[in-house]
Design a protein. Structure first.
Length: 236
């Protein structure tokens, strides 16, 4: 069975919608580059960091920085809330509770644990069947990376590279430059203070392929969206 048939079968079985089936994003304003192409919608805080105001083709996220996973979850909050399926392939230690706290609809999130040839097959199949695919750059050779990106572009899938090895051709590169939590207060005699964490802020820098750059503060947990904070002590 060919990869195209596998992807089509997967999409039909799960009821997945590709990026091309989603309504084209509205033209952005305020200095954001606009595009007539179909793209996957994102939350307004993330939209300011992307050249087209949404996920259109290839995005690279620096994985080595503190807060990178939280930024990834916030990046996927918009697509899943809009009804688009997102697949995360080849990444371990990803916690669904953290994703839900950042606004991700877990009913639209697929976590695929695979490595080696299985990872390549899974990524190739999903690149033709889901609107957003997240994959680790270190798992692919440069040639495999270019082939997967080309396949995603043809099918209308937006690919997010979990970048531990530099990738070429990304429309935007996102990097967390600072992370801070709110809720703790000073407490004499205790090294880490006391209180309860209630918000997390991420300083994010974006560099676009055209040379422009953007900066924004993202609040994946709490901040102006306190409903996103999940009290794990109250969960079974």
């Amino acid at each position: 069975m060919s990869k195209d048939v596998t992807a089509a079968a997967l999409a039909a079985q799960l009821g997945l919608r590709t990026a091309g089936e989603l309504a084209p994003a509205e033209r952005a304003s305020g200095g954001v580059v606009t595009s007539s192409r179909s793209m996957v919608p994102v939350t307004s805080d993330i939209a300011r960091l992307l050249p087209y105001g949404g996920l259109a083709a290839a995005t690279a996220l620096a994985a080595a920085r503190v807060g990178a996973t939280s930024l990834l979850w916030r990046l996927l909050a918009g697509p899943t809330s809009a009804g688009a399926w997102c697949a995360v392939v080849g990444l371990s230690g990803m916690y669904p509770s953290a994703a839900a706290a950042a606004g991700v609809d877990l009913a639209r999130l697929v976590l695929v644990e695979a490595d080696g040839p299985r990872l390549l097959d899974a990524a190739a199949a999903l690149a033709g069947g889901v609107p957003v695919l997240v994959a680790p750059s270190a798992a692919f050779t440069p040639i495999q990376e270019r082939r997967l990106t080309a396949r995603a572009r043809r099918s209308g899938t937006a690919i997010v590279w979990w970048q531990t090895r530099p990738v070429a051709g990304a429309d935007a590169r996102l990097e967390v430059t600072g992370a801070h939590w709110q809720g703790l207060r000073a407490n004499t005699g205790r090294r880490w203070g006391a209180g309860r964490l209630n918000a997390c802020g991420l300083e994010v820098a974006a560099r676009w392929r055209g040379g422009a750059s953007r900066q924004a503060t993202i609040w994946p947990y709490g901040g102006d969206r306190p409903g996103n904070v999940i009290d794990l002590r109250r969960r079974r």
